[in-house]
Design a protein around this ligand. Structure first.
Ligand code: AMP
Ligand code: ZN
Ligand code: ZN
Length: 409
């Protein structure tokens, strides 16, 4: 009998010991300590000053109890895919390879394009730098993502532990619920990196313009979804244990119908290939026609034209074969279009130096200062910062940790 009690006691102790080992050892982390989970959320097209348009109590809670940058500086071109990938790779578009939402690769003889159902956007062959979820997985931790550009692609042979193929349909609150469900995983299943994405603010900004009530309503709706996330973290007792970052990829500006430039007024479109339209257009003439096409595009009011090799250095947009020989860039509010282009009242893609192209970066949690507002930061620096917050080693990137240490404890 005595022997039986002793053995049972020993068995219980062993079980207890091995349980606590699964929760704290191996690749697992303890909430609140370095390496605690990081939640990254993108609100597509949330301009730096949208906080002033309407009450945003939940975003304000993050800011007041955490940090805010005056703005998040966008990489050129101020479009969705290049910038989401800049944020997660810490790299300029010319280095990570997703140089725009739409571009041509001569080696593949294929166009890259985006949108729900895009096969290209689910194909890792297009990307040349390591996204943070790959860095996380390579270091034997879990990344779980409900939508982020290219998170549904296999990159360097690696996918996030959990991911969804992109769809615009699931509601914003349901995306937050999925993150909370993943945070309920225990032991070595627990995620270290979680990410999600909202498209509604960007879509309304395009359809109605940045100042329209319809756009303002989406800000309220997204703030509510963030409120659901905060409440879910609080009810689990982990609100102060996880790091949360909310970013946007770019801003938005008005593009009235009166400010359209029809490229067909300047070029015979049978002689060139045009890539993209709106705030900029890239142009591929026959090799012998580059000079004459360049000359034909001089002096179009409200635009600047550059040969690829003359694109201003601050754009970091030169050293990639996917960039076409000529860039025609519109001034803010102007759109370069081809015949039949349907209008939208808001757009982005302009020179990142326009304040209207600035996005946001706010953060809260044990890794961040509290009640701190810092200067504008460039989005290529966030990758190093996220690696530091998760206590993982960054891969090659263009960022610098000293650009963001001011926001960290
Ligand atoms: P933009 O035209 O630059 O404003 O891009 C916004 C659009 O990107 C959204 O409306 C979606 O159609 C598309 N998008 C966002 N995330 C993804 C994704 N993960 N996969 C494919 N398309 C996406
Ligand atoms: Zn966007
Ligand atoms: Zn957009």
């Amino acid at each position: 009998m005595k022997y039986f009690i002793q053995t049972t006691l020993l068995l219980c102790l062993c079980i207890l010991f091995s349980c606590s080992e699964t929760q704290e050892g191996g690749s697992d982390q303890v909430y609140g300590e370095p390496g605690t989970p990081l939640i990254l959320i993108s609100i597509d097209g949330f301009r730096w000053d949208y906080f002033d348009k309407v009450a945003t109590p939940n975003l304000d809670k993050i800011i007041n109890e955490g940090v805010k940058a005056e703005g998040l500086k966008t990489s050129y071109p101020s479009k969705t895919f290049p910038n989401h990938i800049s944020i997660v790779t810490g790299s300029y578009p010319s280095n990570h390879g997703i140089i725009s939402n739409y571009f041509y690769d001569a080696d593949f003889d294929e166009y890259f394009y985006i949108g729900a159902g895009s096969k290209a956007a689910q194909d890792g062959k297009w990307i040349n730098r390591e996204p943070i979820w790959v860095t996380v997985e390579k270091q034997l931790k879990h990344a779980m993502i409900m939508f982020w550009p290219m998170s549904d692609a296999e990159i360097l042979g690696i996918r996030p532990s959990e991911y969804y193929v992109y769809s615009g349909s699931p509601s914003n609150p349901s995306r937050m619920n999925q993150l909370l469900e993943w945070l309920d995983l225990t032991g070595t299943d627990r995620p270290t990196f979680l990410a999600s994405y909202f498209s509604t603010v960007d879509s309304a900004g395009h359809s109605y313009g940045p100042d329209a009530q319809e756009t303002i309503d989406t800000i309220t709706e997204v703030d509510n979804a963030i409120g659901n996330l905060l409440a879910g973290l609080e009810s689990r007792g982990i609100l102060d244990e996880v790091n949360i970052m909310i970013v946007s990829d770019h801003g938005m500006t008005e593009t009235p119908d009166s400010k359209y430039i029809n490229i067909a007024d300047y070029l015979n479109l049978d002689d060139v290939v045009t890539v993209g339209r709106g705030p900029f257009m890239e142009i591929r003439p026959n090799e012998n026609d580059i000079e004459s096409v360049y000359q034909a595009l001089q002096n179009i009011e409200h635009t600047q034209v550059f040969k690829k090799e003359d694109i201003p250095a601050q754009f970091h947009y030169k050293n990639n074969d996917r960039i076409e020989p000529i860039l025609l860039l519109a001034d803010e509010h102007w759109s370069i279009v081809t015949p039949g282009y349907s209008s939208s009242l808001g757009s982005h893609g302009y020179d990142p130096d326009y304040k209207s192209m600035n996005g946001i970066f706010i953060g809260r949690g044990p890794g961040f200062k509290s009640g701190f507002v810092g200067e504008e930061v460039h989005n290529i620096h966030l990758y190093e910062m996220m690696c530091k917050l998760m206590d993982i080693t960054p891969s090659i990137n263009d960022g610098d940790i000293t650009a963001t240490t001011t926001f960290l404890k």
